[in-house]
Ligand binder design. Structure first.
Ligand code: NAP
Ligand code: 3JN
Length: 333
């Protein structure tokens, strides 16, 4: 069996460290790992796979002579914009966690449970969607296939880990009464309807990402989607209220059965016993947890559901590693 040379770019960051944890768990067929960071962490020792690695400064020539086959990027959009094409030109397949390449028509935007076939037309760069989009589409895809989605209303409750270490510290320090450094307002004891920057139309960039990425992944360019994304004082795992209208009528028991059998979905839906998805239970897992599935009585063919997942694992690192696994398994790389 072929063994691959794998680079992790941004290995010292919040997502990068989770990449290393997921890679240790999954044990891909790997010959060599190379861990890259900026000049700031270069030289830092990193314990990984029972060995001591040294963070390598990312430069335009740092990958030379390493024959890198797969490069997992989580070092921000500007680093991806500059370095993903360089890695790709030198023969690597880049799986990028930033928003830099997601809406580029030449770049597949992939969630393995939803659109694995899009991996086949890659040209060297594959984009990992935004965390909030990933968990939503895992639950929505099997329902779109069966009933045809007409409109989606997203309302998110996003954990501070999505804003990196600085976001995490704002919640920790806020509990002690210290002012925020990352967020515009205190996050402790608060909810902020503001993730990423505001756009001219009044939406935030995070909301725009969810709308456009959902359309691209589901292959439904004209799908009606709206979103309100909110930061909440939770350390990890994003929760989402998703309201969906379908083209066709449905039987609720059958719809729940479809979700129960859907890849990557775990249905937790027993309100009589207070069973529904919770952020504290989703953390550390790669599945998308779905509950509170009920008919929306205000429209003809609609449902409401509550969808929770670990935003750093399934929302970032695990999804990217699953992309690599799928490509290896299907002989795409
Ligand atoms: P973080 O904790 O701040 O880590 C950033 C990482 O990038 C560090 O390893 C840093 O290295 C490295 N880095 C920064 N500039 C670099 C450069 N010029 N060259 C090489 N490495 C560089 O941030 P994070 O929370 O892990 O997020 C990282 C990125 O992942 C985000 O900017 C975003 O694009 C993406 N992300 C995606 C999702 C998603 O929804 N899929 C979620 C969260 C994050 P040093 O240690 O040397 O500074
Ligand atoms: O805020 C969250 O919960 C998710 C954040 C994702 C993120 C953070 C910084 C930069 C992204 C992303 O993946 O869209 C980016 C970016 O690359 O634009």
């Amino acid at each position: 069996m072929k063994k691959y040379n794998v680079a992790v770019v941004g290995a010292t960051g919040m997502v990068g460290r989770t990449f290393l944890k997921v890679l240790e768990e999954k044990q891909l067929p790997v010959e060599n790992y190379y861990l890259f960071s900026s000049y700031r962490s270069a030289g830092k020792k990193i314990e990984f796979m029972g060995k001591e690695y040294t963070a390598i400064e990312l430069t335009e020539t740092a990958m030379d002579g390493k024959n890198i086959d797969i490069a997992l990027f989580s070092a921000g959009g500007s680093t991806s914009e500059k370095f993903a094409p360089i890695f790709a030109k030198k023969g690597a397949v880049v799986i990028d966690n930033s928003s830099a390449w997601r809406m580029n028509p030449e770049v597949p935007l992939v969630v393995p449970e939803v659109n694995p076939d899009d991996l086949k037309w890659h040209k060297g760069i594959i984009a990992n969607p935004n965390c909030s989009t990933i968990q939503a589409v895992v639950a929505l895809k099997p329902l779109d296939d069966k009933y045809g989605i007409k409109r989606i209303v997203y309302s998110t409750y996003q954990a501070v880990s999505g804003a990196g270490l600085a976001g995490w510290m704002d919640l920790e320090e806020g509990q002690k009464g210290n002012p925020p450094k990352k967020f515009a307002h205190p996050i402790y004891n608060n909810c902020l309807p503001h993730i990423d920057v505001f756009l001219e139309n009044g939406y935030t960039k995070e909301e725009e990402k969810m709308i456009k990425e959902t359309r691209k992944i589901l292959g439904r360019p004209d799908l009606k989607v709206t979103a309100t994304t909110v930061r909440v004082p939770v350390f990890n795992s994003h929760s989402e209220s998703i309201n969906v209208e379908f083209e066709r009528p449905f039987d609720l028991a059958e719809l729940k059965d479809i979700l129960t059998k859907a890849p990557g979905v775990v249905v937790e839906d027993d309100p009589a016993n207070n069973v529904y998805p919770l952020a504290i239970n989703a953390t550390g897992h790669d599945e998308v947890f779905v509950g509170r599935i009920r008919r929306d009585e205000s429209v003809d063919n609609g449902i409401n559901m509550w969808v929770v997942a670990d935003n750093i694992r399934k929302g970032a690192a695990s999804n990217a590693v699953q992309i690599a696994e799928t490509m290896i398994k299907n002989g795409i790389i």
